[in-house]
Design a protein around this ligand. Structure first.
Ligand code: ADP
Ligand code: MG
Ligand code: MG
Length: 550
C-alpha cells in the first residue's frame, strides 16, 4: 500500500486558486495526478465532513465499538472522489430494479420451484437445509403472506471486454449500506462543489441518492399497511455490529423529523426529496420553515415535518427467542411490543445461528403475522443456486409474461452453471481464472477464485463427491476495467488501482393484488483494490464510493 499523504497535520499549505499547479486538468481520469497540497486538503475535508455527518462505522480497534453506540467511531472507508460510470449503463441498471422486484415476488410464490431447485443443495449444506425446513413448514401449514415487503440490492459489474453490465448477485436479505451510501454521494457532491475551481468537475453529474430516505419510507408504508399505530418496526441485529450506524440511519429516519425540500432547483432536488444528514438538525416543532443556500447559490426552502413517527426496536435472534411470543391470532409480541414489520439485518449467515435458540426465533417470526423483510421465501429466492437456475433457458418465462422484461434480465445475466454440467466443469478446470465458484453464502469472503477453483473441482471429481458439488455454483468471472483511485481508510489516503461494483437498491411492497411500491431506491458504489477478489466493505476489502456519470 502506497504513500499515505500526511493529512490533518495542521501544517497544510494554503492553496490559492491562482496557483496553477493545484489545478488538475482531468482528476477524474487520473486522481493520482492531483498535487499533494490539494490532496491533503481534500482528504482532510472529507474526514471532517464524514465525522460531522454520520458517515461512520465502529472502529475495529476499539473493543466496545460494535455494541455501544457512540463509542469508538471512525469514518467509513471511502473513495475520495466518485467513480466515472457510463450514463447508459447506469440507466440500464435502474431500469432493471422493478423487473427484479417482480421476479422475486413471483418466484417466492412458487414453493415447489424453490424446494426443487435447492433440493440437492439441501443434502450437503446444513444452513440452507434449515432455511428450507422452515420454508417447508410454512408450505405445510398453508401460510400466506398477504403483505410482502422486499428491500433488495442488485449488484453489477461492467465487464471491460464485452462492455456489458453483468449482474453479480441479487441480495434479498440484510442489504447493507442504504444508510451510509447516500451520505457518500453527498460528501462527493460537497467536495466537488467546494473545490470546483481546482478540480473543474461538475458535481451535478453525481446522481441523486436517496437510499436511506427511500428504504425508511417503504418500511413506514409497510408499517401503515399493518395498521396498528402502537406497533413497532423490529430490526433484527447481530449481537456485535460495527456497521450499526448504517442501520441507525434508517431507524432515525423512521422516528425523527426530517426536512422536506419544497422547491426545486437545477441541482435536481425536488419535492419530497431531502438530504439525509439534515435529520441531525435540532428541532422542537413540526412545520418550521427554513432555507439553505447551497454552493450553487440557489436558495432551497425546507419544511420540517414529522413524516413517519414510527418507533423501532433492535433485537438479536437470541433476544427474540427469550422475549418473543405469538398470540392466538398470530400477532408477534417481543419484549412487550407488538411487531408490525421485521427488518432483518442478521440471520443471513450460519454464524448468526450459534444455537437452537436462534432457529426457534426465526421460526417464531415466520409463523407470525408480522410483515417480514424478507420472508423465508424471499430469502431463498436470493440464493445463488436460484440465481443460476433462473439463468437457464426458458425459466424466466415461467415467472414473467412481458417479453421485453425477460430480454432485459437475460441481457444482464453472466454465465452461470451447476456443477453437474460436466462441460462447464471441464472448462473451469482448464481455465480456472475465467470462473468464480460460489457456495450458498452471503456477506462476502466465501467464494473461490483462480487456481483454487481448479484444485477444488479436481478434488470433488476424484472423491466422486457429487453431493458436495451441489453446494456450489460456477459463474463466469467478470473483469471490470481497473482505474487509478484514492481510497481513504482510517484517516490515511492510499493511491491504488481499483475496480468497482454498482449496487442498485430497490423496494417492493404489495398487499394482496395491490402493488403499493416497486421502485429503485438509490445506489451503492463499492470500489476495491483490483488485486483483491472479494468486495465486502464490512469485511474490509472495499470502500464506499459514489458515481459520476459520463
Ligand atoms: P456475497 O453474497 O457474499 O456478497 P457475491 O456473489 O456478491 O457474494 O460475491 C462477493 C464478491 O466477489 C463480489 O462483491 C465481487 O467483488 C466478487 N465476485 C462475485 N462474483 C464475481 C464474478 N462473477 N466476477 C468477478 N467478481 C465476482
Ligand atoms: Mg450477497
Ligand atoms: Mg455480494
Amino acid at each position: 500500500i502506497n504513500s499515505p499523504p500526511n493529512c490533518g497535520s495542521g501544517s497544510i499549505p494554503e492553496i490559492k486558486t491562482t496557483q496553477q499547479k493545484s489545478f488538475v486538468k482531468n482528476p477524474m481520469s487520473d486522481p493520482h495526478t492531483i498535487d499533494s497540497g490539494l490532496l491533503q486538503k481534500l482528504v482532510y475535508d472529507a474526514l471532517v465532513w464524514s465525522s460531522l455527518h454520520g458517515l461512520v462505522v465502529g472502529d475495529r480497534n476499539v473493543q466496545r465499538s460494535g455494541s455501544i453506540p457512540g463509542v469508538g467511531l471512525v469514518h467509513a472507508p471511502i473513495a475520495l472522489l466518485p467513480y466515472s460510470f457510463p450514463e447508459s449503463h447506469w440507466k440500464q441498471a435502474c431500469e432493471l430494479a422493478p423487473i427484479f422486484n417482480e421476479l422475486v415476488d413471483r418466484v417466492s410464490l412458487d414453493g415447489k420451484f424453490l424446494q426443487d431447485t435447492l433440493s440437492r443443495t439441501k443434502k450437503v449444506d446444513a444452513f440452507t437445509s434449515r432455511l428450507l425446513d422452515i420454508h417447508s413448514r410454512m408450505l405445510q401449514i398453508g401460510k400466506k403472506e398477504d403483505i410482502r415487503l422486499g428491500l433488495h440490492r442488485s449488484d453489477y459489474m461492467l465487464d471491460e471486454n464485452t462492455n456489458l453490465l453483468l449482474q453479480i448477485e441479487l441480495n434479498t436479505i440484510s442489504c447493507s449500506f442504504s444508510g451510509l451510501s447516500c451520505l457518500v454521494s453527498e460528501l462527493h457532491r460537497s467536495l466537488l462543489s467546494q473545490y470546483k475551481e481546482h478540480l473543474g468537475i461538475d458535481f451535478g453529474r453525481i446522481p441523486k441518492n436517496n437510499s436511506a430516505i427511500k428504504f425508511a419510507e417503504v418500511l413506514a408504508k409497510a408499517w401503515m399497511e399493518y395498521n396498528n399505530p402502537s406497533a413497532v418496526v423490529m430490526v433484527v441485529v447481530q449481537p456485535e455490529e460495527r456497521n450499526m450506524y448504517d442501520q441507525h440511519w434508517l431507524s432515525a429516519t423512521l422516528t425523527e423529523r426530517y426536512p422536506f425540500c419544497i422547491t426545486t432547483d437545477s441541482s435536481g432536488i425536488g419535492i419530497q426529496d431531502s438530504i439525509p444528514w439534515l435529520v441531525l438538525l435540532p428541532c422542537q416543532m413540526d412545520g418550521i420553515q427554513f432555507h439553505l443556500i447551497p454552493s450553487n447559490g440557489k436558495k432551497l426552502n425546507f419544511v420540517l415535518i414529522n413524516t413517519h413517527n414510527v418507533r423501532t426496536i433492535r433485537k438479536t435472534l437470541a433476544e427474540i427467542d427469550a422475549q418473543g411470543k405469538t398470540l392466538s391470532d398470530g400477532t408477534l409480541v417481543v419484549d412487550g411490543e407488538t411487531v408490525a414489520v421485521i427488518y432483518f439485518r442478521a440471520g443471513y449467515a450460519p454464524n448468526d445461528y450459534p444455537s437452537e435458540s436462534e432457529w426457534k426465533a426465526r421460526l417464531l417470526m415466520e409463523e407470525s403475522v408480522a410483515i417480514k423483510c424478507p420472508s423465508i421465501s424471499y430469502h431463498l429466492t436470493g440464493t445463488k443456486k436460484v440465481q443460476q437456475e433462473l439463468a437457464k433457458p426458458n425459466v424466466l418465462e415461467r415467472f414473467l409474461d412481458n417479453k421485453d422484461d425477460i430480454a432485459k434480465l437475460q441481457a444482464c445475466f453472466a454465465g452461470l452453471w451447476s456443477l453437474d454440467d460436466s462441460n462447464a466443469v471441464k472448462n473451469a478446470i482448464e481455465q480456472p481464472g475465467a470462473f468464480v465458484m460460489k457456495p450458498q453464502r452471503e456477506g462476502g469472503g466465501n467464494n473461490i477464485y483462480g487456481d483454487e477453483v481448479k484444485e477444488t473441482l479436481v478434488r470433488l471429481q476424484k472423491e466422486g463427491s457429487e453431493e458436495e458439488a451441489a453446494a456450489y455454483i460456477l459463474m463466469q468471472r467478470i473483469f471490470p476495467k481497473d482505474f487509478p483511485t484514492l481510497l481513504v481508510r482510517e484517516g490515511i489516503c492510499y493511491k491504488e488501482q481499483a475496480i468497482s461494483e454498482l449496487g442498485i437498491f430497490s423496494s417492493y411492497l404489495r398487499n394482496k393484488e395491490k402493488v403499493i411500491v416497486s421502485e429503485q431506491c438509490g445506489y451503492l458504489m463499492r470500489t476495491k483494490v483490483s488485486s483483491s477478489n472479494e468486495g465486502g466493505v464490512a469485511a474490509g476489502f472495499a470502500v464506499l464510493d459514489s458515481l459520476y456519470l459520463t
